[in-house]
Structure formats: C-alpha cells, structure tokens
Design a protein around this ligand. Structure first.
Ligand SMILES: *[C@@H]1O[C@H](CO)[C@@H](O)[C@H](O)[C@H]1NC(C)=O
Ligand SMILES: *[C@@H]1O[C@H](CO)[C@@H](O)[C@H](O)[C@H]1NC(C)=O
Ligand SMILES: *[C@@H]1O[C@H](CO)[C@@H](O)[C@H](O)[C@H]1NC(C)=O
Length: 179
C-alpha cells in the first residue's frame, strides 16, 4: 500500500514536472515572439498626473487659439493607416520625438509658463521609450511620420503652432498606444 502510494506520488510529480516544462517552453516561445516591441510601454501611472495633464491641455488650448488653419489635422487615425497594433507605440514615440525636438524645444521661449512644464513632462514620457524599436523595416511607419513632418514644414510657423495646439491629441494617442 505504501509502495503504491509512493509510486502514485512519483507519477504525479512526473506530470507536474512535464507540465512545468511545457509551460516554460510556451513562455520562452512567447517571449521570443514578442521581441523588442515589449520595450514600447509607458507606465499608466505616468499618465495619471492631473497637474501636468492640465498644463498640457491648457498649452494646447492656448496654441489652438492662434491656429487659424482648421482644414488640417495632424494627429488622427490616418497616422495608424497600415500600421500594426504592436507598432503604434513606436510610431507615437517618433511623433513625440519630433514634437519635442523640432517644435517644443525650439519654441520654448513662447507660451510660457506652461511650455516649460509640458516639455519636462513629455521628456519624461519619451525617456521611457528609449529602447522601443520595431522588428521589421517599418517602411509604412516611416512614410506616415514623414507625411506629418512634411505637412508641418509646409505650414511653416503655422505648422508648429498646430503641433502645439494638438498636444492634447498627442497625449491621448500616446496613452492609447503605449499603456
Ligand atoms: C486647469 O486648471 C485650472 C486651474 O488651475 C482651471 O482653471 C482650468 O480650467 C483647467 N484646465 C483644463 C483644461 O483642465
Ligand atoms: C493665418 O495666420 C498667418 C500668420 O500667423 C497669416 O499669414 C495667414 O494669412 C492667416 N490665415 C488666415 C486664413 O487668416
Ligand atoms: C530624438 O531621437 C534622437 C535619435 O534617437 C535622439 O538623438 C534625440 O535626442 C531625440 N530627441 C529628443 C528631444 O528626445
């Protein structure tokens, strides 16, 4: 009786061990299937900052009063056309990088006092995406980003004002894509 019980518990151990191996194998497979894109993530708590959200939206509102071109929208669903769900955060990372580097920082003596706080807030979000890359060549993504950059360039100073006026949209798209 004792012998039977012992062999049963041995076989139970065997089953558990095999299950454990299968789970490990599945986990390894899953990790391999989700390569670098897993770095494309921002902690949700970083978006839950009422003070900085308020400043971002105030700045956007202020700039949108100065934006007299209502025909063009920069941040919208067209940005995601042909872009896979898992690459959207990378795309938004690139838009954020452009917004900070080409628009907000060069314009940082304007729209004070909000600008400075918004720049530091967005820089913090951006730094969380420093190891976010895509696996493929991302031609479609680059094309969509390029379209936005060219539109801004064509609009000249009005384009930069429009980028600032759409910071509220940028914030929401970033949250939806990266959390
Ligand atoms: C931001 O906060 C101020 C008060 O500090 C308030 O008057 C304003 O309506 C708020 N704006 C937004 C967009 O939340
Ligand atoms: C919009 O503003 C720019 C300068 O900020 C000006 O050159 C342009 O004529 C304005 N366009 C309209 C339609 O008011
Ligand atoms: C934008 O990205 C480039 C290349 O990764 C980096 O060198 C630059 O510092 C970034 N700019 C900002 C404002 O984060």
């Amino acid at each position: 009786m004792a012998g039977l019980k012992k062999s049963m518990s041995f076989s139970l151990m065997g089953i558990l061990a095999v299950n454990c191996l299968i789970l490990t194998a599945l986990w390894v497979q899953k990790a391999a299937a989700l390569p670098v894109t897993s770095h494309c993530k921002i902690d949700e708590s970083d978006f839950q900052r009422p003070y900085f959200i308020n400043r971002t939206f105030m700045l956007a509102e202020e700039a949108s009063f100065a934006d007299n071109n209502t025909d063009v929208r920069l941040i919208g669903d067209e940005l995601f056309q042909g872009v896979k769900m898992q690459d959207r955060c990378y795309l938004m990372k690139e838009i954020l990088n452009f917004t900070l580097g080409e628009v907000l920082i060069p314009q940082s003596d304007r729209f004070q006092p909000h600008m400075q706080e918004v720049v530091s807030f967005l820089t913090k979000l951006s730094s969380q995406l420093s190891s976010c890359h895509i696996s493929g060549n991302g031609q479609r993504i680059q094309k969509n980003i390029q379209t936005l950059k060219e539109t801004v360039k064509q609009l000249g100073e009005g384009g930069e004002i429009k980028v600032i006026g759409e910071l509220n949209l940028l914030f929401m798209f970033l949250r939806n894509s990266c959390v």
